[in-house]
Design a protein around this ligand. Structure first.
Ligand code: CA
Length: 716
């Protein structure tokens, strides 16, 4: 070694020693746990102390909700209500997909980790947007047919140098945070059942906690804990009872089984943990939210009645063993797909003069719940938007007081609000301990529920157990206009103690983005109509807006590198609403998918490349010799098999191609796609096991009839 090099190395060592001492002093001054001086140089070096005290590292966004309490509040205040007008794009990173983007990025020591559609994982330099690595788990395209709600993914977890994420086809993967190399992967599901993973894993005490979806596809819900080092299963908690002739997996399921009737296990049961998982280090409890029973209608699921525990519930478990601690069921005998899977926020609130450790949730059913999380007792529940299925929640029993319309037993479809997309879904809400307000992206969209004459489980279609034709948007212009006029969205700032709104921003339609609250007195939210916006957190004054060129659904984050604060959000329209709701989704704005990470800083000057306008040329009518009976049969089949992805009554919401415009309407490629599976790699599997050639032809006649009805483009 040359002398100069030695000197340089010595200087480096001295600097390093000084830095270590400095860090030690800082550490002692802040009464923080001992900090390893290597901390900042090993990627994703998250340990027990760091993640439990994540609030003390405002420069990072270490876990899905930033901190274990999942408040999505950042103490950073360089960007504030005083200067947010100067916020500009710092960089953007374009993604190789046109499917929905739902992930919250996490940012640790200057590196951003996030997931995209098809469960792909990315690591970027969080200051520059430069790609460090990416990982494609190669989800088979044909698994997409098992996903209710697009091939989305909501993010990663980090622990001791590894990045963890779930894949659509049910794997949990562990990647080396430095290189993106696969360290282990484990199949968390039985692939004979139609499970999917779209939710972000969480880390609790070295275990990786992951659930799954499939409540519409005949699965039995559960949540699992895997050892972060080895990928070995530590425990699994089933949320609904299984086949009574088999051994019971946990004692509490014996009690749960008493709330079911008929042969529910043959339909799976449901109760999936597809999104909400929150660890509470204060009480050493893990909370999970569960979804609907299978199918939606309780009548076909549990014909002799019963509450169907633990569907649509919040459950507390012991994180070491998965043992049951308590539960609170929001929707006994749910019949509407009112999942309780929405993110749960933990906070210390003073209620009626008493300090309470609470859990807050704004689930699909439209009520804002405040629970005492020590024991699951209901403290209060009030509607955070218009609902007509229940007049309130009984404070003594904790049960909803259902209205006459709720059970849709009549011969006509019952318009019930909210509908299956929920008054609020997975788009994360935030809570500011400064303003003491929760910021909820609210959907106002009902659904026409009607019981069908009978129900038979389908292998490829979703199993709703409701009349899918009756649910379709009527084409009578007056009726249609009246229904569309009721479809709205809003950003609601909600006071959880008073249980009332402090301010509201009206949106043209539902499915707006998750929210971020900061100590700069700001709330950030993306919109379904294609903007990313900032509001004053205390009074809702609009301060800033950025044209994002696409619908923005995901939860924004903030982080700091050096002396620069950044705001990041993953943009890209998709998810179940534009996929399934058809023309109703146009209420939000006619956006397309442009998938990219957008990152902002004060004075940012970067610009986005222009995207061409959406072309909606007039559709020439096609010959359609089919009888009206065949077209009606085609409608029934379309609404059963196709509408979930290609849109209600054959109108695409802008993510997947609009079938009315398909060139396959006029040649035999229609059958090659529908029956042979020619587009399987993109998610369009063969339906030959469920549909005959005649069935397939009837579906095509129906789509042609819809095209011919709409020979002029929609005007929304
Ligand atoms: Ca559901």
């Amino acid at each position: 070694m040359r002398v100069a090099e030695r000197k340089s190395k010595l200087r480096f060592t001295i600097t390093r020693l000084a830095l270590t001492l400095f860090l030690a002093v800082i550490s002692a001054a802040c009464k923080q746990p001992k900090v390893d001086s290597e901390m900042a140089v090993k990627p994703a070096d998250v340990n027990e102390s760091r993640i439990t005290n994540a609030d003390r590292e405002p420069q990072n966004w270490m876990t899905y909700g930033r901190t274990y309490d999942e408040q999505r509040f950042s103490p950073l205040n360089q960007i504030s209500d005083q200067n947010v007008s100067r916020l500009g794009l710092a960089w953007h990173y374009d993604l190789d997909t046109n499917r929905g983007q739902e992930a919250t990025p996490i940012v640790i020591d200057g590196v951003m980790y996030f997931t995209s559609a098809w469960s792909k994982v990315f690591a970027l330099n969080a200051a520059s947007g430069k790609l460090l690595w990416s990982y494609d788990p190669k989800v088979p395209g044909n698994w997409a047919v098992n996903a209710c709600c697009d091939v989305v993914n909501r993010g990663v977890a980090a622990w001791k140098g590894k990045i963890f994420s779930g894949t659509l086809d049910g794997r949990l993967i562990a990647l080396d945070a430095t290189s993106g190399r696969l360290i282990w992967e484990t199949l968390t599901i039985d692939p004979n059942f139609r499970y999917t993973i779209t939710g972000a894993p969480r880390v609790a005490k070295g275990k990786i906690i992951i659930g799954n979806g499939g409540g519409e596809f005949g699965v039995r819900g559960y949540v699992s804990a895997y050892d972060g080092e080895t990928g070995k299963l530590v425990w699994r908690f089933y949320t609904v009872p299984g086949d009574p002739s088999q051994p019971v997996e946990s004692p509490i399921l014996t009690r749960a089984a008493q709330t079911w009737s008929g042969q529910w296990w043959k339909l799976g049961g449901g109760g999936t943990v597809w999104n909400a998982i929150t660890y509470d280090p204060d009480l050493d409890q893990l909370y999970i939210g569960t979804g609907n029973g299978t199918p939606w209608s309780a009548k076909f699921r549990s014909p002799e009645g019963g509450d169907n525990l633990f569907t649509c519930s919040i459950i507390a478990l012991k994180p070491d063993t998965g043992e049951y601690v308590w539960h609170y069921q929001e929707d006994p005998a749910d019949a509407w797909d009112f999942d309780a899977d929405e993110d749960m926020i933990l906070a210390d609130l003073v209620i009626d003069g008493r300090a309470r450790k609470v859990l807050m949730q704004a689930p699909k059913n439209g009520f804002f719940y405040v629970l005492d999380r020590t024991n699951g007792t209901l403290l209060s529940a009030k509607p955070y938007t218009f609902v007509n299925w229940a007049s309130g929640v009984d404070a003594t029993t904790g049960r909803p007081v259902e209205t006459a319309v709720a059970r849709y037993t009549g011969p006509d479809p019952a318009p019930i609000v909210p509908g299956p997309i929920g008054a609020h879904s997975w788009q994360p809400m935030s809570y500011s301990p400064v303003t003491r307000l929760a910021y909820i992206p609210v959907n106002d969209a009902g659904f026409k529920y009607k019981l069908p004459d009978s129900f038979a489980a389908q292998k490829l279609a979703p199993n709703y157990g409701v009349d899918v034709v009756a649910a379709g948007l009527p084409q009578d212009p007056k009726v249609k206009k009246a229904i569309l006029a009721t479809v709205k969205g809003k950003l609601v700032a909600w006071d959880p103690v008073q249980q009332k709104s402090a301010w509201t921003i009206d949106r043209p339609g539902p499915w707006n983005g998750g929210t971020l609250a900061t100590a700069g007195d700001l709330v950030f939210e993306g919109t379904a109509s294609g903007n990313f916006e900032a509001y004053r957190a205390d009074n809702g004054e609009k301060l800033w807006s950025f044209p994002a060129q696409t619908g923005v659904m995901a939860g924004p984050v903030t982080y700091k590198i050096g002396n620069e604060e950044y705001i990041a959000v993953l943009a890209g329209w998709g998810g179940v609403f534009p996929l399934a709701a058809g023309e109703v989704s146009f209420a939000s704005g006619r956006v397309r998918n442009v998938s990219r990470m957008l990152v902002f800083k004060l004075g940012g000057k970067e610009t986005l490349p222009q995207v061409p306008a959406v072309e909606q040329p007039q559709l020439p009518a096609l010959p359609n010799p089919a009888s009206s009976a065949t077209i009606r049969k085609g409608e029934q089949l379309f609404q059963t098999y196709c509408a979930g992805c290609h849109g209600d009554v054959a109108v695409s919401g802008g993510v997947l191609p609009d079938l009315r415009r398909s060139s396959a309407l006029t040649d035999d490629s229609w059958f090659e796609i529908v029956l042979r599976g020619d587009l399987q790699s993109e998610g369009m599997v063969s339906f030959s096991k469920e549909l005959s050639r005649d069935d397939s032809a009837a579906v095509r006649s129906y789509v042609i009839s819809r095209r011919n009805q709409n020979a002029v483009p929609e005007t929304h």
